[in-house]
Design a protein around this ligand. Structure first.
Ligand code: ACM
Ligand code: ZN
Length: 757
């Protein structure tokens, strides 16, 4: 018995010391093994630093730069490792050392750091995070032992500098953020339709012409507003060399992206011969996908080889990103030169032509000892032999590539697109759309369940992308990427079994003081109140639920239009919706408001919470909100959040709303979405029929697409009459016309709230 009890206690001790969920020091990403011990180390100007390898001088300078800025002192170097109050850096370059791993021991006398070059740098980053908001000349560090290593070897962040341009000073600041979180790849998206941003000596017009556009789209995409301000900028080769060296010192490899064959309008504007038609082009002012792309002829390939020659000299990393995404084939279909290649090479279609083109580029890059990486479209028409795939249209491309023994970097939109909203669009600055909350990022596991143990090894990591169509300045890049970057870092560094969202949020809130010190414009979306409307089990009543992570604070709300505070109503149960309501809410912790006030209005109508049937069900891809979303008393907001819409591909909408009983009505409206860039079209016609018995329907009216109000709402006003059933038929636009994105494909038809009164 005693023996059993002893082993039980022993197991308890082991499991406590290996549990990371009680680790609440502000280190992000969470170290994989850490034990806190009583006592502390005093770091001050009396502390010295010892190193066993000259290579570490760079790290010492980096650490001292931080201390000088934050604490107005620096550590003096010593060659006596036995001295008390010393930081000892021991570089271990042995094969047994796991890449990028480190051990950090802090005791009252010494700080001892062991690891490879990268590992030692990361240990110093852990210390910088522990220093956190201590800005005095005497820093207390808790005694501890950390044994740490990354879960994934590719830990990336991307930044698009084409849609909006960011100066070198900001690129360096962004790289600093990456290094703070032990991320090791900066994917620099240097070329696109809206601007070419890298100096190429052999082709000076790329930056004389291609780096500048004569105006820029602003506001919502559907509004089609453009300014006429000359906009642009580029990086000289000298600046790029400087940034590459800056990143190297921070253990970061820069992955340059030169987009091809699509997203190439800025290059074509500079050198029109690069396209199929040779027609003059402007650098694009608006967003989207453009049809003038690189021709697959030899002269364009030679141009790209020349460009890549200069790129490969500037960027010493193993990989070159060649884009490969969103390349319309319209021009290739009509181009004599492209078609003659298809014939000569015996290719099936333009997808195989794209594959042929990428394979030729790959062969060239491989001949220089480098590897290509491309967006998952490079799978279409056959993957180049040694290519690595960056999976962005979900994980399917990554899964297919891993099954085919190709390396994969995961970057699926739902988890890794930091241009998406991070809280409800009603409470956020305009973004491109989508919804990728901090919690969603944190929940990501880059290894798909579909892969077996052997295939899983091909997933080398993940990265998040920051596309900047709607990100106009540096402050906004910070807002969109922080603190989601912190969550991503934990996805990539911390082993799955050690991850814990609650614990992350505790550490993150402490870590905010460090971001405050660095004057980072980070988002506080995690404190934002979410609203959800739902019906009860019998579909009789409607409720509005307010929710936030309860560990972050309590929700207070008002119904009278006043700003909520801690004397308002404390939320503890869903609010019943009868008629009309205006709710304002906010999160409070220790009497302090967190985040922003969020207000919403709801109004029920005769269709709210009634039954609906469809002749053809919506697509499984656009039905996540369920049928209730059409009759829940809340119109979908723009830009689109998918769970507020139902969508049909190629089909008409044919639905009947059952109002439960015959009643007098004179108004019906239904909302549609127009997003032609994404193949979503308004219906060509909308018919309304009413019936008292559900069998005999009378046509009441029909509307053409140009009668749809503000491109959005089909509104029927008719003579007051009795009805229990309303049938709506909305005609799908059909196949997309040539010259438009998605030409020849089925168009989509999306609808949201139906209101009847
Ligand atoms: C992409 O987002 N077009 C890769
Ligand atoms: Zn061509």
């Amino acid at each position: 018995m005693i023996k059993r009890l002893f082993s039980f206690i022993f197991i308890l001790i082991i499991s406590f010391s290996s549990s990371q969920t009680d680790f609440t020091l502000p280190i992000i990403p969470l170290p994989n093994k850490c034990k806190i011990i009583k006592g502390e180390f005093l770091l001050s100007k009396k502390t010295t630093i010892f190193y066993n390898n000259k290579i570490l001088l760079n790290h010492i300078n980096y650490f001292n730069d931080f201390l000088k800025k934050n604490n107005q002192f620096e550590l003096l170097k010593t060659n006596d490792s036995s001295k008390i109050n010393t930081v000892i850096l021991q570089c271990i370059n042995e094969p047994s050392q796991i890449n990028e791993s480190y051990q950090l021991i802090i005791n009252s006398e010494k700080i001892i750091i062991k690891g490879d070059t990268a590992g030692i740098f990361y240990a110093l980053q852990s210390i910088i995070q522990l220093i956190n908001n201590q800005t005095s000349i005497k820093i207390k560090l808790p005694n501890l032992i950390i044994n740490d290593e990354p879960a994934f070897k590719w830990r990336g962040m991307h930044l698009d500098v084409s849609r909006h341009f960011f100066p070198i000073s900001f690129i360096k600041r962004y790289i600093d953020f990456l290094s703070l979180y032990k991320l090791n790849v900066f994917h620099w998206h240097l070329t696109d339709d809206q601007g070419w941003r890298i100096e190429i000596k052999k082709y000076p017009k790329l930056t004389e012409v291609g780096a500048w556009r004569k105006g820029t789209m602003f506001g919502k995409y559907s509004d089609s507003n453009y300014d006429t301000i000359n906009y642009g900028g580029y990086y000289t080769q000298e600046e790029i060399k400087d940034v590459v060296a800056y990143a190297q010192k921070r253990q970061i490899t820069i992955l340059p992206e030169i987009e091809m064959p699509g997203h190439s309008q800025a290059a074509i504007a500079s050198y029109p011969f690069l396209s199929c038609t040779g027609n003059p082009q402007e650098v694009a002012k608006g967003w989207g996908v453009f049809e003038d792309v690189f021709c697959t002829k030899d002269s364009t390939l030679q141009f790209l080889k020349d460009v890549l020659d200069e790129v490969m000299v500037l960027f010493p990393g193993k990989y070159i990103h060649i884009g490969g995404d969103e390349c319309p084939k319209t021009r290739w279909k009509k181009c004599l030169q492209c078609q003659s290649i298809i014939k000569k090479e015996n290719l099936k279609d333009e997808h195989e032509l794209q594959s042929y083109f990428i394979k030729r580029i790959e062969k060239y890059i491989n001949s220089k000892g480098r590897q290509i990486i491309g967006w998952d479209e490079i799978l279409e028409g056959g993957l180049a032999p040694n290519a690595t795939v960056m999976s962005w249209r979900g994980e399917d491309g990554g899964i297919a590539a891993a099954k085919d023994n190709h390396s994969v970097v995961m970057s699926p939109g739902t988890y890794c697109y930091f241009d998406h909203y991070q809280a409800s669009p009603s409470d956020e600055p305009l973004a491109i759309g989508g919804f990728t909350s901090l919690e969603k990022v944190y929940s990501y596991n880059p290894i798909p369940k579909e892969l077996n143990d052997e295939q899983k090894k091909y997933v080398i990591g993940a990265q998040a992308n920051v596309w900047t169509e709607y990100i106009l300045n540096e402050k906004q890049v910070e807002y969109m990427s922080m603190p989601r970057m912190a969550a991503l870092s934990e996805v990539l560094w911390t082993h799955l079994e050690n991850k814990n969202e609650t614990n992350f949020l505790v550490r993150l809130q402490k870590h905010f003081t460090l971001l405050d010190n660095l004057k980072v414009n980070y988002a506080k979306a995690l404190y934002q109140i979410n609203y959800k409307i739902r019906n009860d089990i019998n579909n009789q009543k409607l409720f509005i639920e307010l929710y936030a992570n309860s560990t972050l604070g309590d929700i207070y709300y008002s119904l009278d239009g006043s700003d909520p505070n801690i004397n308002s109503i404390k939320y503890n149960a869903p609010i019943e919706l009868n008629g009309q309501v205006n709710i304002k809410s906010a999160l409070y912790k220790n009497d302090q408001i967190k985040g922003k006030i969020a207000s919403r209005q709801y109004q029920i109508n005769k269709a709210t919470n009634k039954k609906i049937i469809f002749k053809t069900p919506p697509s499984k891809y656009y039905n996540s909100g369920g049928y209730f979303t059409l009759l829940n008393g809340e119109s979908a907001k723009l830009p689109r959040i998918n769970d507020q819409w139902l969508g049909w591909s190629g089909d008409d909408i044919n639905l009947i709303v059952n109002l439960d009983k015959n009643q007098q009505i004179s108004h019906l409206e239904i909302g549609f979405l127009k997003e032609e860039l994404n193949w979503i079209y308004l219906p060509t016609e909308v018919f309304l029929y009413l019936s008292e018995d559900g069998i005999n329907f009378t046509e009441i009216d029909k509307l053409k697409s140009n009668q749809i109000k503000e491109d959005r709402v089909a509104e029927f006003n008719f003579k007051k009459q009795k009805a229990m059933y309303a049938k709506i038929i909305a005609k799908n636009y059909g196949k997309i016309l040539s010259g438009k994105p998605g030409a020849g494909e089925n168009s989509w038809l999306f609808c949201d709230e139906i209101k009847i009164n």
